[in-house]
Structures are given as C-alpha cells and as structure tokens.
Write a protein that binds this ligand. Structure first.
Ligand SMILES: Cc1ncc(COP(=O)(O)O)c(C=O)c1O
Length: 407
C-alpha cells in the first residue's frame, strides 16, 4: 500500500516536472495532478479526493462527468467527430434553438471559447456600426478573455500589460457609473459590453439602477447592449443568464465555459435586430459548433431542465451564502460575502492565496481573485452535504489563518 502511494507521489512529481520542462509557464499552477472527476469531486494520482468548489474554472458547471453529457459524447464519438461549417448537422441547429428559446429571439454564431465568442460580438458591433462607429465601452474590473482584442477590451491593466500596441476602439469606464458612460459616449460609440456579474473582477454585481439607465441609454443612442455571460451563464446565478435578473434584454450575448457541460464551446447570440449582420464570409471558425460540442451543449440544457438545476442553484446558493455569512465576525478575515445563486465571492481583509492553498491541503478546491476575494462557484448539482463539508473546511482554514505561524 505504502509502495503504491510512494509510486503515485512519484508519478505526480514527474508529471509536474514534465509540464515545467515542456509547457509554457503561462499559468500559476497548484501542485495537484488530477486524474478523474465525478460530480463535485476530483481525484489526484494518489487516489486522494478533493471537493471541487471551482469545477473547471466554472466550465464544469454541471459537475464533472455529468452522465447526460458523457452519454451524449460517447454516442457522438461513435458517429462522427467533426463536420465543417459548409455543411449542416442536426445538433448545431438544435443547440442554437435551445439557446434562443432560453434567451431572446435571434440567431447564434458558434465558437470554441469565451474569448472567441466575445471577438465575434465585437466584430458584429463593428460591422453593424459601420466604419465610423466602432468604439465599445467596457467596465473597469471586467474580464473578457486573452486574445489581443479581448485584453484591450478587458478593464484590468495587468491583463494587457506588455502586449502594446493594443487594438484600439475600447474605452473603459468605472463599473456601475452611468455618468462615466455618458461622458465617454461620442459619435464613434457602437456598443457597451458588460458582465452583469463580474467574475474575475471579484464577484461584483451590476447595480439594478445602473443597468436600467444603461439599457435606456443604449436604446436612446442606438447602441448595442452586449452581455458577457461566459462565466455567469447556463444557470449559475439561478436563472439561465444573469441579465434575466434585471428586467432588461441585451442585443447580443456571449456564452462559453459551462455551455458544453465541460466540453469546449462558445457562442455569440445576436438579437433579431442584428442577427444577420455577419453574412457569409465575414466570420467563421473551423471547429465552431462541432457535433461533439453541440451534443454536449444539448445534454447540458437537458440536465438543467430535467433536473431542475436553475431552482437548485438558487436554493443551494442561498444555503451556501447563509453558511458563508457565518464566517464573518470576531477575528475572522472575512469582511463580506456577495454574489447570486452559486456565483459567490468571500472578501477577505488579507490576501487569500494562503487560504486557497490550505483549503486544498484539507481537500477543498476554491479560487482567489483580485488578491483578496475567494471565488466559490460549485457545480449546479452540489448537495447540501457537500456544502456543509466545504464550509467546515473553510471555517477551519480561516481559523488557522489567525494563528501567526500558520500563514
Ligand atoms: C466573463 C468572461 N468572459 C470571457 C472569458 C474568456 O473565456 P475563455 O477563457 O474561454 O476564452 C472569461 C474567462 O474566464 C470570463 O470569465
């Protein structure tokens, strides 16, 4: 038994070392080699299991290896992997229909990732705006992806630093500041790109008044309101899309992450007013909307519908938020808990990297963003028991932080 564990530890170290040698160091990685997952759990090479409260960086929103997604993929693998977009598949049309039925009338463009979906949105806005209207207003603290245009769109200087000159045409304003939007608006403005709940920015919600005024302003000035739902979409907040909490409807919406239940896919959804802006030859993607990705997406929608996961995300989200609130007070570093559904942030008064590391050592995987905000995005299938277990670990870990030698 001991030799087996020794062997597995050796295999973990070897995998980490090999990655260090051959994989570019673009990610800050934790020393964990994951070999399999199921629901809210993942296993490392030694067989140790971890409760995953940040599954797939929000891409595995249904938990790992959801049976409906796995069965759909298995079935499709036996038929055909890839069909180019100069032909049709049944799955692509059906997934587009599902996305439209759950959002607003319009049409879908399929991509492979969030950044690509946002690129498509920006290209649509520019085509629609014509050559003199191309500027897009985005928010400070936002995150829209890592392509060159998206680091320019993202409202965080650190993401773009060192990659100048950046593509032009993006203007950042403070989040939730309508006056700032009015100030930067000019005759070149074509659209506003907004995360209704900022993810990387620290689980920050758009204020209802701001959204109302922004939507009215976009209407008045004939601007496109574009919702980045890459992180907040697919039921995470208790509704399919975060904008549905606000009583407004965007003109364009982007999706990725858990759209494919863990399988890579992205989508840009254009409302009926602008749905035919990108005509033949204007945009494309070799793999976009592949049969595998679309079958996974259809299975993800089926899981959400048949298993009542929107309601579940609301209920479990309320429960988790209530439990996290209890971490406040006394000498606890927790100063605020915020977010909606199962998209929650715990703000600390000190850096959270140590908390994430200690939680992992104790068997719980979470994330920290903006240095001090623990990001907790469990699977929509998470159980009450798993939430209690996670909070028990967090309570211990946050308590441990108070002792001087533990940090
Ligand atoms: C809101 C938002 N938009 C876009 C992206 C980029 O998505 P991807 O990494 O799939 O390109 C992310 C990724 O974290 C995101 O959170």
């Amino acid at each position: 038994m001991e030799t087996q564990e020794h062997h597995a530890n050796g295999a973990m170290s070897a995998a980490i070392e090999m990655s260090g040698t051959y994989v570019q160091p673009t990610y800050d990685r934790s020393p964990l080699v994951i070999s399999k997952g199921k629901g809210s759990w993942v296993w490392d090479l030694t067989g140790r299991r971890y409760l995953d409260f940040f599954p797939g960086w929000a891409a595995s929103g249904l938990g790992h290896c959801h049976p409906r997604v796995m069965n759909a993929l298995r079935d499709q693998v036996g038929k055909i992997l890839h069909v180019p977009n100069n032909y049709f598949t049944v799955a692509q049309g059906r997934l587009a229909e599902k996305i439209i039925q759950t959002s607003f009338p319009g049409k879908v463009f399929f991509a492979n990732s969030g950044a690509e979906a946002n690129e498509a949105a920006v290209k649509l806005a520019r085509r629609w705006g014509g050559k003199d209207r191309y500027e897009i207003i985005t928010m400070a603290g936002s995150f829209h992806g890592r392509t060159l245009a998206m680091v320019s769109a993202t409202g965080q200087a650190k993401v773009a630093s060192g990659f100048e000159p950046l593509p032009e045409g993006f203007v950042h304003v403070p989040f939730n500041d309508m006056e700032a939007v009015r100030r930067v608006f000019n005759k070149k403005t074509a659209a506003v790109l907004l995360e209704f709940i900022q993810g990387e920015g620290g689980i920050r919600e758009a204020e209802p008044g701001f959204v109302r005024d922004l939507a009215a302003f976009c209407k008045e000035k004939n601007l496109l309101l574009m919702a980045d739902e890459v992180q907040s979409g697919m039921g995470r907040t208790g509704k399919y899309y975060a904008w549905q909490h606000y009583g407004v409807t965007p003109d364009v919406m982007t999706l990725a992450k858990s759209l494919g239940g863990g399988f890579p896919i992205g989508a840009m959804v254009a409302g009926s007013r602008v749905q035919d802006t990108l005509g033949p030859g204007s945009h494309g993607s070799t793999f976009g909307g592949s049969p595998l990705a679309c079958r996974a997406g259809l299975a993800a929608f089926e899981a959400i519908e048949r298993e009542g996961l929107l309601k579940q995300a609301s209920l479990m989200g309320e429960f988790l938020k209530m439990e996290l609130e209890k971490l406040k007070g006394g000498s606890s570093p927790v100063v605020a808990v915020r977010g909606r559904g199962l998209m929650l942030g715990v703000e600390l008064n000190s850096p959270g990297a140590g908390v994430v590391a200690r939680a992992r050592e104790q068997g719980l995987l979470i994330n920290c963003t903006q240095e001090k905000i623990l990001r907790i995005l469990p699977a929509l299938t998470v159980t009450r028991g798993e939430i209690k277990k996670a909070v028990r670990i967090l309570t211990r870990v946050l308590g441990a932080q108070e002792t001087p030698h533990a940090s």
